[in-house]
Design a binder for this molecule. Structure first.
Ligand code: SAH
Length: 216
């Protein structure tokens, strides 16, 4: 598979859909999503549908998020160039690539070895390499690289991972889906003091679950 004019055309249409129908207005998000070839992150049988607003199965029974979800989470993060962003749940690496294209310094954690390996190779191949990729449990964050300006969690947590909130800078933002396995609510936490947070709510979503530290 390569990135053809047909792919580029479909991508442009997806970006217009994100702007006009989903209401994404952060130009940094829209231009990053116009750059990253989503069809190269999924199996070739789904290639023709790669630029529709759909999720697809990836390795290890996980899923690549809907483009609208990636766009919304990225917009809620208010990413600026040069910021340190921690991502929990690399998956196939698509959201990682979008954040790298937004010029963030991305640190990303994945607990499935197959996806850790896949995303590492894919992101290198596309020259969208994050600062650091870790194979491990995202509940612990990455204390050696903390603090972070932004944290994005791309799996649904049944309990709030408090360790991650500790690893945020004051003024930093964490975007995270919280709730049981079948449905979560997307939240944005803004750190306004060492232990004080502002909490906003952004509607219902369905993410794969955030699991503990063993491969299940
Ligand atoms: N960011 C991806 C979404 C992948 S799905 C995208 O661009 O579409 C969410 C990912 O979170 C899965 O790959 C899953 O294995 C991973 N995950 C679940 N629990 C985790 C944990 N505790 N630590 C790190 N990754 C986790």
């Amino acid at each position: 598979m390569h990135d053809s004019f047909v792919h580029k055309g479909k991508r442009k249409k997806l970006v217009e859909y994100l702007r006009n129908r989903i209401g994404i207005s952060d130009e940094n998000v829209l231009s990053a999503m116009n750059k990253v070839p989503r069809h190269l992150f999924i199996e070739s049988i789904f290639e023709d549908f790669a630029y529709e607003d759909r999720a697809f199965p990836i390795l290890a029974h996980q899923t690549i998020s809907h483009p609208s979800t990636v766009a919304e989470q990225s917009e809620l993060l208010k990413v600026k160039a040069g910021e340190k962003v921690l991502e929990i749940g690399t998956g196939c690496g698509y959201q990682t690539a979008v954040l790298v294209a937004m010029k963030a310094l991305v640190y990303t954690v994945e607990r499935q070895k197959d996806l850790f390996d896949f995303s590492k190779n894919k992101l290198r191949e596309l020259h969208l390499t994050p600062k650091f990729q870790s194979f491990g449990d995202g509940f612990a964050g990455l204390p050696t690289f903390a603090p972070f300006d932004k944290i994005i969690v791309t799996c649904g947590a049944s309990t709030l991972p408090t360790e991650l909130l500790k690893q945020l800078n004051i003024g930093g933002i964490m975007v995270i889906p919280l709730g049981p396995t079948d449905e979560q609510v997307l939240f944005r936490f803004t750190k306004i003091g060492p232990t004080e947070f502002e909490k906003e709510e952004f509607g219902a979503y369905k993410f794969v679950p955030m699991l503990g530290n063993t491969n299940q």
